[in-house]
Design a protein around this ligand. Sequence first.
Ligand code: ASP
Length: 582
Amino acid sequence: MYRSNTCGALRASHIGSEVVLSGWVHKLRDKGFVVWVDLRDRYGITQLVFDEDRTPKELLEQARELGRETVIQVKGEVIERASKNPNIPTGEIEVLVKELTILNKSLLPPFTIEDETDGGEDIRMKYRYLDIRRNPVKNKLIFRHKVSMEVRKYLSEQGFIDVETPYLIKSTPEGARDFLVPSRMNEGQFYALPQSPQTFKQLLMVGGLDKYFQIVKCFRDEDLRADRQPEFTQIDCEMAFVEQEDILNTFEGLTKHLLKEIKGVEIDEFPRMTFDDAMRLYGNDKPDIRFGMRFGELNAVAQHKDFNVFNSAELVVGIAVPGAAEYTRKEIDALIDWVKRPQVGAKGMVYVKCNEDGSYKSSVDKFYDQDDLAQWADVTGAKPGDLICVLSGNTNETRAQLSALRMELAERLGLRKPDEFAPLWVVDFPLLELDEETGTYHAMHHPFTSPKPGQLQLLDTNPGAVKANAYDLVLNGNEIGGGSIRIHDKQVQATMFKHLGFTPEEAKAQFGFLMDAFQYGAPPHGGIAFGLDRLVAILGGQETIRDFIAFPKNNSGRDVMIDAPAKIDEEQLKELHLKLNM
Ligand code: ASP
């Protein structure tokens, strides 16, 4: 028996009992006549004591030599501590050691195994197994486990069944690049790793399994923007005989369950907003609604004077920043520089200080009088003490810029509170998105998403105006889930492929299996997928997903611990019928 108790278990009630503990040497304090060792495992820390009066000499000497992270087993008696430590659950006791076995020695770890470590990101990733011994990482993995167990429990209780789908498949169209796997047995042919199980879950619906879920890895070979992983986990779901409303209700239920069980937060009903409103009011299809600062469009009240910057703009739009009228000239200049950074890309910013006495002071006082500015305040909802920030230009760009400013200011003002949860359904997404560069349309969600009823004809005349039965679940400014009601009619699917620029031959080659299946009684169906990594991070009150993943990749898609990706040898290349051309 390696242990009778864990290192987090012993309390005052155990005093007098004989115990066996195993774990890692966390810390050692040698006072000469007495040696204390903090013994650590996943469950906590227990203090071991060796002293001159009660411990045989050799044992005391042996204890003195213990290096950090050595794995040991001890047998001893639980005794009351002379000076108690109220900060840890085992702080009332210590174990007077009678036997010590070294189970394995350890090299000196390259960083300290402490909550606040001296190790930088790179070194911690290289020795991730040591990093996982640290509470902040360990606790996040345990937290993730809790979330995924609650997901399984909830969905299973709702009648969903967990079905595995294959990883070695053929391209799926989530709009990213595929990771490819050469086939040894099929010369010159490749599998693609799934960007999601999209087509398979639809085929499960054709197969009659009307409620499916899977916690599943997805693979997308994208340039890694901040905090993305090339392989990530989805809670993937699909249901048959459902309308959009059924899906929203079911997964609102799941999200409520998680918020309640994991965070103790109860939310009555999730608000809904159309995509168009989200763009108009927040400049963004995943608005953080934990705070206000809604956009006020100012064209009507700002385009009647000689200020050409505004007159020539497609959109003039502002936000009222609470309490920021007192910003100094320097602070405002810094804000202007911030929006002019290439990452944001605004040409400049107009501001209005709404003074406490009801007067206004703006950077464009030359063009606008107090009555004009009062109207701006009205439109943006600014109160005395607020600062109105106004951007102008092309609609899409200006919205994106003001949205970035809104988020930045909210961050600075402490309005993005990690323990406040504001879910939101964004609905009525456009079906298609115009690629400004090529002038062609592609599916905003994916090609299997159905248009709103009665809008199919519009595809020929005004494709950009067609709305989809597609929805996203947004939590605190992050898209945590997205899905759609699917097309289940072969003809409609063929029309859709045509509009996306597929020839009938291409459509058949790539998705013939799905269109064939639709001919055998495909039920109406729809679904959603949640990004589990992000969901867990947000529930955990964190902005980054990396520590919620046991073995994440770095920004270049590398696993620096196992050193992957890596070269393969000639023999393997030959077997796969591949030649490198670099
Ligand atoms: N497969 C979709 C995605 O990965 C989700 C869905 O439509 O259910 O975004």
